[in-house]
Design a protein around this ligand. Structure first.
Ligand code: NDP
Length: 444
């Protein structure tokens, strides 16, 4: 297998999907040597079967806005690979959603889910509908319309969706309500549900907390304490909020947060009361991060990204390709020692190359943000058992899973100079499990 040849082939067959090629290329470059040590993989063309999704369902979603106008959006579900368990992955509602974006996310999800040690395959879905600026009633009508098609493609043992950008507890609740009505069962076929109807404690917190637990493991390898470290966080949604919360609990100082309009810089640090303000602003009033700057009299940079602010640690938690090569150089020259990704593929290939070259602690999202899907897996287990675990139990398991993912990265990513290449470690560990499972199940 030669990475370039596989990528050229994908570009010809699936034109106009740059994020998908980018995600595949990053994985293939790191697994190429390992793959080529196994001629049996190549004999059954494992690589194409692993890169091309099992299936993509696409459909029109028709809904009516508050003015009575009938609107359409597109809906998708990319079921990428179910070699190690039912398809599993979030739903994204954002105007930028198109098949290429969901294919990159579903591909990444397959390796991430493999790393979690839980039996889950990879999938992703969503719509080009944006909840931003929509009323509650419009969001509900859209979610219901979306589910009238999706429900026939999912189920507790086939495919279990969850949230992602633009899909939080509110959207999951509306979709689950409609799913139950149509499927006439109550088996929990969506994770991130409300706590009163089958959700798991710690699921909202899981991606952010897990991100910080992974960061702590990385810091431990260099005997660095997280306490007192200055951290730049991007985003102000689910992942960013709980990344910030755990950082605060551990004594770090969070100085930035952002949304798609700009970022705020608070040199005194976002303390508990200020974070509560952000949570209320974003989760309840669905306001803009600019309002934080007005409330607390700090700097707001419209259209900017936080990476030019001096920090010890950077935690990108917004969206793909939000940190480029130039940002990476700025972070490095400002003394940044670690980057732990809460988002999926937030760093461009140039940024990743810069971090790896500088030998700083760099965790790719598929390792460091795997806490979310891990607790989704634990939600599935609790639903199947018809039990609810305590927050302490779920958090302890999450912690253990993140330590385990870190150990796998170290095992497969240790370099001759003793440092760890977490990109290689995560990709090889994730790949080998899926590859073994596919080989054992025959050519499908
Ligand atoms: P949310 O919708 O809760 O928050 C997304 C945040 O990112 C918002 O602040 C949003 O700003 C900002 N954002 C979205 N798109 C852009 C953009 N194009 N440019 C700049 N900022 C943007 O999503 P999540 O917190 O759930 O997801 C954040 C990231 O984490 C995504 O990459 C997602 O795939 C990943 N992830 C999420 C998991 C989860 O459990 N939720 C699990 C694993 C990964 P605005 O409000 O202006 O739109």
């Amino acid at each position: 297998m030669k990475t370039e040849e596989v990528i050229d082939n994908l570009k010809q067959r699936f034109p106009g999907e740059p994020e998908y090629y980018q995600a595949v290329q990053e994985v293939l470059e790191s697994i190429e040597d390992t793959y080529n040590e196994h001629p049996e993989f190549e004999d059954c063309n494992l690589i194409e079967r692993l890169c091309i999704p099992d299936r993509i369902v696409s459909f029109r979603v028709t809904w009516t806005d508050d003015q009575g106008k009938v609107r359409t959006n597109m809906g998708y579900r990319v079921q990428h690979n179910n070699a190690i368990g039912p398809y599993k992955g979030g739903l994204r509602f954002h105007s930028s959603v198109k098949p290429g974006i969901l294919k990159f996310l579903a591909f990444e999800q397959t390796f991430k889910n493999s790393l979690t040690t839980l039996p889950m395959g990879g999938a992703k879905g969503g719509s080009d509908f944006s909840p931003r600026g929509k009323s509650n009633a419009e969001v509900m009508r859209f979610c219901q319309a979306f589910m009238t098609e999706l429900w026939r493609h999912i189920g507790p043992d086939t495919d279990v969706p969850a949230g992602d950008i633009g899909v939080g507890g509110r959207e999951v609740g509306y979709m689950y309500g409609m799913y139950k009505k149509l499927a006439r069962e109550n088996t929990g076929t969506l994770t991130g549900k409300g706590i009163d109807f089958g959700g798991s404690l710690i699921r909202p917190e899981a991606t952010g907390y897990g991100n910080v637990y992974f960061l702590q493991e990385m810091l431990k390898t260099r005997n660095i304490d997280i306490k007192g470290k200055v951290v730049a966080v991007s985003g102000s949604g689910n992942v960013a909020q709980y990344t910030a919360e755990k950082l605060l609990q551990l004594g770090a100082k969070v100085v930035t947060m952002s949304d798609s309009d700009g970022y705020i810089y608070d040199p005194d640090g976002i303390d508990r009361a200020k974070l509560d303000y952000i949570m209320e602003l974003k989760n309840l009033y669905r306001g803009r991060i600019r309002e934080y700057a007005e409330e607390y009299g700090v700097k707001y940079v419209p259209g900017g990204r936080p990476w030019s602010e001096k920090c010890d640690i950077a935690m990108p938690c917004a969206t793909q390709n939000e940190l480029d090569g130039e940002d990476a150089q700025t972070l490095l020259s400002n003394g940044c020692i670690a980057v732990s990704e809460g988002g999926n593929m937030p760093s461009t290939p140039e940024a990743v190359a810069a971090f790896l070259k500088a030998r700083i602690l760099y965790a790719p999202g598929k390792a460091s943000n795997a806490g979310g899907v891990s607790v989704s897996g634990l939600e599935m287990t609790q639903n199947a058992e018809k039990l609810c675990w305590t927050a302490e139990e779920v958090d302890a398991r999450l912690h253990q899973i993140m330590e385990n993912i870190h150990s796998q990265c170290v095992k497969f990513g240790r370099q001759p100079d003793g440092t760890v290449n977490y990109v290689r470690g995560a990709n090889v560990a994730g790949f080998m499990k899926v590859a073994r499972a596919m080989m054992a199940q025959g050519i499908l």
